[in-house]
Design a protein around this ligand. Structure first.
Ligand code: COA
Length: 191
């Protein structure tokens, strides 16, 4: 996912946008209902157009040459019914973002990043837990993602949040790097 790669089982970025446009307007009215989620640590809310400059700064600091462009983020903003695009705000500024996407009963994390100055403060954890809550409420049962095998911080974070490796994708990224597909259940255990 993320480093120039996309979603589900592909590693190419544009594939994802084709998929978004073909998406059935499954939960138009219902998606509009959510706006602001104050989690246990900081406000998390729906991303807005005026957040894009801050999001692109975090993206460039996190992914360098693989960074998504302003236009790509605006594509997500333009699809509020289909995409769950959240930002975490600390001291009035965007400190991190997550982009999720759902189709039938499967959902995908398309991107997540936190500004370097705000890392290891549970911001990514709060964003992911918020995304999970929204997708669970919408009836999704699993959440998947693709991550470079050498991205230890992200893999450790995902494992801590209940994701397990399901398979490896060789030569997933433009630089030929392999990836792990990871997945977690959104169904809460009855314990
Ligand atoms: C991965 C990333 C989103 C984590 O964000 P974060 O807000 O710092 O994460 P949190 O504070 O919520 O979670 C911290 C957990 O992540 C893991 N983690 C974070 N940094 C780590 C590191 N350098 N080494 C190992 N594990 C690390 C640990 O499990 C840690 O839990 P712990 O503090 O109990 O050990 C952030 O490092 C980032 O934006 N990286 C660049 C973009 C990126 O790689 N995104 C994911 C691509 S798949």
């Amino acid at each position: 996912m993320l480093e120039g790669a996309g979603s589900a089982t592909t590693c190419s970025r544009n594939e994802r946008f084709g998929r978004i446009r073909g998406f059935k307007p499954l939960f138009h009215a219902r998606m509009a209902a959510w706006n602001i989620f104050s989690t246990e640590v900081m406000p998390i809310r729906r991303a807005r157009r005026d957040d894009i400059a801050a999001i692109v700064r975090i993206e460039k600091a996190s992914f360098g040459r693989q960074a998504w462009t302003r236009a790509e983020f605006l594509d997500y903003i333009a699809e509020p019914e289909e995409c769950v695009f959240l930002v975490a705000v600390t001291d009035g500024a965007v400190a991190g973002y997550i982009v999720g996407f759902g189709y039938r009963n499967r959902a995908e994390v398309d991107s997540i990043a936190v500004s370097p100055a705000h890392r290891n403060q549970s911001i990514a954890t709060a964003l992911m837990n918020c995304l999970k809550r929204i997708l669970r409420r919408r009836g999704f049962t699993t959440l998947s993602l693709t991550v470079r095998v050498d991205n230890t911080p992200a893999i450790e974070l995902y494992r801590k949040l209940g994701f397990a490796r399901v398979r490896r994708i060789n030569r997933c990224y433009e630089d030929g790097a392999p990836a792990w597909r990871m997945r977690t259940s959104l169904i809460l255990s009855a314990k």
